[in-house]
Design a protein around this ligand. Structure first.
Ligand code: F3S
Length: 282
């Protein structure tokens, strides 16, 4: 049995950056609050808890003088409300997410209605919608847009972690609909570069592997996308930790591929690989 790690697995650039900023502030202040979970990964959040990091769900729950904004970012109204309460802000919004926020703001200023290909319940998407200043909608199904009257000027963006090929399909559907309305479309490619490379590497490995293990949080969007991409090509399982490996999956497998979501810690990946190595027939 061979074990191969996909290229670029684990913490992405934005998560590494956000963690470095947060850990620095937490150590300096002896603890700090974050608005929402910094990353969707229980193991990482438990470690941060040990540094005195506390997650608040709402601005009203902030007890300290400073709050950390997660890598997913927030809308301008949220930032304004925090400032109006005299609370300091440490902003760890990923630069790739900021790029999508800026695109939404510019589209809105230019009079465009922004359509975001993304999960409307995800904090990143809520934040980007905020920057569209009420002139936008988010969905993962182009069919949902049949229910609304689209204006003539339409801007198209994607949640940073979506699968590029699906965004293209989404854009094609909207374009076909808009063409009959003599509309003007503006497309901004906001899929994260890191995610694009990670998905391509996972797919390449899944095509060769007898089994793929995707390590990450069950609620992590980018982790679930990796599972969706690999599943059509080989047996694929999503696990959060090494303890979830079922030895029955390994029987008769020659090449086991391992990849991980953008918020999965290196030690979690190492523990999975170690458990696989220990399970390999001698
Ligand atoms: Fe940023 Fe991409 Fe990571 S948007 S937070 S580098 S997945």
């Amino acid at each position: 049995m061979r074990i191969e790690r996909a290229e670029g697995l684990g913490f992405c650039f934005g998560v590494k950056r956000a963690l470095a900023i947060l850990e620095d502030v937490a150590r300096q202040k002896g603890g700090v609050e974050t608005l929402g979970a910094l990353v969707h990964n229980q193991q990482v959040m438990s470690r941060l808890n040990g540094l005195g990091v506390r997650v608040v769900k709402d601005i009203a729950e902030i007890a300290g003088d400073t709050v950390v904004i997660s890598s997913h970012g927030v809308g301008p109204k949220v930032l304004a409300e925090i400032k109006s309460r005299g609370i300091g802000i440490v902003d760890t919004t990923c630069p790739f997410v900021q790029r999508a926020q800026t695109a939404a703001r510019r589209l809105s200023e230019a009079g465009f209605f922004t359509v975001i290909y993304g999960d409307v319940n995800h904090p990143e998407v809520k934040g980007i919608l905020g920057w569209a200043e009420g002139k936008g909608i988010a969905t993962l199904s182009a069919g949902d847009l049949d229910q609304i009257e689209l204006p003539r000027h339409i801007g198209l963006l994607s949640q940073t972690t979506q699968v590029p090929a699906r965004f293209i399909d989404f854009v094609k559907t909207i374009t076909e609909r808009a063409l009959v309305k003599d509309a003007e479309l503006r497309l901004v490619d906001t899929v994260c570069h890191d995610i694009r490379q990670r998905q391509a590497a996972a797919l390449d490995l899944a095509r060769r592997a007898d089994l793929m293990l995707v390590i990450g949080g069950h609620h992590s969007a980018n982790t679930r996308h990796l599972v969706d991409l690999c599943s059509p090509h080989t047996e694929t399982h999503l696990i959060e930790t090494a303890a979830e490996i079922n030895s029955g999956w390994l029987a008769g497998k020659e090449l086991i591929g391992v990849t991980a979501g953008a918020s999965t810690a290196p030690e979690t990946i190492d523990a999975v690989v170690l458990r696989l190595e220990e399970s390999a027939p001698r």
